[in-house]
Ligand binder design. Structure first.
Ligand code: PBG
Length: 330
């Protein structure tokens, strides 16, 4: 008996067979679209490093949210660019802050899309760091003060919930923030609001274009005293277990592409939904290569989303959400 011929190729011979044996499916149900909101009226300002993405004033943002709802996208995540930045990042937790006003407006105009908010200080502080900066008197070293920052993050998360946010997503990487936010939400009567924790958020070069989009590049130093070191994997499991203990409902890995192994490890080690953030740099490199005619954007983008899904992500935050929702339409 010879070795069976065509052993593997039998199931690849036409699209209908391939559809039947497909192990991974990407659908619009998996997608969350990040949006940037800024003050003003009638503004839809292109972000040059992220073609197809904009800083939008609230009126334009509500139109966009409606369109995304129409495409069947389950959720958006909001990032705010405030009028003024200050040392305490006060725009982050002001009841009339840009994100708070945006949530209220979207909730008036759009009924069937989740409004998720990024809970962080970096877009609101004048130094661009993700928290309150204090000086260590012994070393004269300036760094983000973990526990002071927790107080600000808690105020921010509660103010988002008060404005009508459906889910809050802390991305600051301070220790103890999930527990602090959970307690405060519960106390304020928001015990139904889930937390998506950016649990394994790495210090990454892939955030470059986002920092232009959100105007949040740190004025000094970098984020390596609070974001994870890209060389570490088991540390991500510790981050995830702490966040779950503290009350995270969904855990996130960010970025996605250089960290597919982390997504898989978390999926295999915890029975919690896993989100992956397909970040700005991962999007922009493809856009740039596609503009040069070197690759086919649609094909590569769908291959990337499939890879992230196959690695174990249950949902993907991606700047391709709107395009992919159209591409995936049957
Ligand atoms: C922090 C935050 C960042 C991103 C999402 N939330 C930036 C950072 O940590 O510097 C990056 C997202 C992206 O690159 O697409 N608020």
């Amino acid at each position: 008996m010879g070795f069976p011929k065509q052993r593997m190729r039998r199931l690849r011979q036409n699209e209908n067979i391939r559809r039947l044996v497909r192990e991974t499916h990407v659908s619009v149900d998996d997608l969350i679209m990040p949006l940037f909101v800024r003050p003003g009226k009638g503004i839809k300002q292109p972000i040059s490093s992220m073609p197809g993405n904009y800083q939008m004033s609230i009126d334009k943002l509500t139109e966009e949210a409606k369109e995304l709802e129409g495409l069947g996208i389950p959720g958006i995540i909001l990032f705010g660019i405030p009028e003024k930045k200050d040392e305490m990042g006060s725009g982050a937790y002001a009841d009339d802050g840009i994100v708070q006003k945006a949530i209220i407006a979207i909730k008036k105009t759009t009924k069937n899309i989740l409004v998720i908010t990024d809970v962080c200080m970096c877009e609101y502080t004048n130094h661009g760091h993700c928290g309150f900066i204090s000086k260590d008197e012994k070393t004269d070293h300036f760094d983000v003060d973990n526990d002071m920052t927790l107080e600000l993050l808690v105020k921010e998360a509660v103010s988002h919930a008060r404005a009508g946010a459906d889910i809050v997503a802390p991305s600051d990487m301070m220790d103890g923030r999930v527990g602090a936010i959970r307690d405060a939400l519960d106390e304020e009567g928001f015990n139904h609001i889930p937390i998506i924790a950016y649990s394994a958020k790495y210090a990454s070069g892939f955030y470059g274009p986002f920092r232009e989009a959100a105007e949040s590049t740190p004025g000094f130093g970098d984020r390596s005293s609070y974001q994870m070191d890209s060389h570490n994997a088991r540390e991500a499991l510790r981050e995830v277990s702490l966040d779950i203990e503290e009350g995270a409902d969904i855990v996130m890995v960010k970025p996605a592409l250089a960290y597919l192994d982390i997504i898989r490890m978390i999926k295999d080690n915890f029975n919690y939904p896993v989100a992956a953030y397909n970040v700005s740099g991962e999007f922009s490199v493809v856009k740039a290569a596609a503009e040069k005619g070197w690759i086919d954007e649609k094909r590569v983008a769908l291959e990337i989303l499939t890879g992230i899904k196959r690695a174990g992500a249950d949902m993907i935050l991606t700047y391709w959400a709107k395009d992919a929702a159209q591409w995936l339409k049957k």
